[in-house]
Design a protein around this ligand. Sequence first.
Ligand code: DC
Length: 234
Amino acid sequence: MNSTPSNIVIAIDGPAASGKSTLALILAARLGFLYFDTGVMYRAVTLSALDELKGVEDEGLVTALAERIMIDVQPPSKDDGRTMDVLVDGADVTWKIRKPRIDRNVSVVSAYGGVRTAMTEQQRRIGSRGNVVMVGRDIGTVVFPHATYKIYLDASAEERARRRYTERIGRGEEASYDQILADIKYRDGIDSSREIAPLVAAEDAFIINTDGKTIEQVVGESLRILNIKPKNGG
Ligand code: DC
């Protein structure tokens, strides 16, 4: 399979809550690129599995489901805080995939080889639509190993848990810092140790550690690495 993109692909990989989505959204807006967070695909498969199969344990059934459903992402159609629309067989699941029951099950689903193969194919299709900032765990290593630019964002588990905690409290949700930290460490463990496409920086990725940095500092560092002229001089 040819995974050399003819469009510009900026791959942004890194662990949960490292700030990838925030960075990618700002870069996409400044550069006039599409924004595509690939984690939504694994979340969408998890949602369908929980709803249709009542669980995610049966790898064969979950894989068959992942091969059957059509997941698509589109620019946001509503001004309700979403960064993109996520559709499964045409139905809007944008908010359903953000619930804690999905957080708890998605690492298991994303470790299934057949699910990853199906999602990688769909990601290549969507990622070839135009210049794009793609966020994930394996974009620079597996999905688009020939991406034009690769950034790997890192931060300590404690810093990431603090950010998630502040975000949730900011949205008026209940949150426990200790629980968030435990969840992040649990997901890091699965994401980094799975056999297929484990979370690891590509050899040719620029690694940015975001501990103690503001988002503007991280954006500035990234733009210097990318050296692409922002749209509207912005
Ligand atoms: O970034 P996120 O929390 O929405 O990701 C959800 C899950 O999907 C997480 O367990 C890692 C996994 N994932 C992956 O394995 N590969 C990707 N390209 C994106 C996400």
